[in-house]
Design a protein around this ligand. Structure first.
Ligand SMILES: [Zn+2]
Length: 136
């Protein structure tokens, strides 16, 4: 009986369009930050980029600019020169999500960044909205 119920639930979940299901569960990831000496390491950097469905380089460029720091991507982590609190890093990640991931119209994360001529556009696959965004 229990098994049947689980199968039924699984099938029900499968039938929900993927985009709808994912966005209803979407949460901005929590930054896993630690400082080592004079550097700040964002341990789950790659995971965050993957969650946002954005190029790691794009996210990194934004973080470097907003933190005003030098740094680079090292494997799954991002390493920044200088000491930054977890809250400071989280704040930039939240703002990145607001500006480059979440649809301005419907608030869903099912978006793509496109470049037309020299204009960057955030296109929403859920509602079809297109909004210009600045470059990083
Ligand atoms: Zn939308």
């Amino acid at each position: 009986m229990k098994e049947d119920y689980e199968k039924l639930l699984e099938r029900a979940i499968e039938q929900i369009p993927k985009a709808v299901f994912e966005s209803s569960r979407f949460q901005i990831p929590e930054a896993d930050v630690s400082t080592v000496g004079n550097r700040t390491i964002l341990r789950n950097f790659k995971t965050i980029a993957t969650t946002f469905n954005r190029e790691p380089e794009h996210l990194m460029k934004y973080l470097l600019r907003e933190l005003g720091a030098a740094g680079d991507i090292q494997g799954a982590q991002a390493v920044f020169q200088g000491k930054f609190s977890a809250a400071a890093v989280q704040d930039r990640i939240n703002r990145y999500a607001e500006e480059f991931v979440l649809c301005k119209e419907c608030g869903k994360p099912d978006t793509r960044l496109e470049k037309r001529e020299r204009v960057h556009v955030l296109r929403c696959e859920a509602c079809g909205a297109r909004n210009p965004v600045r470059g990083v």
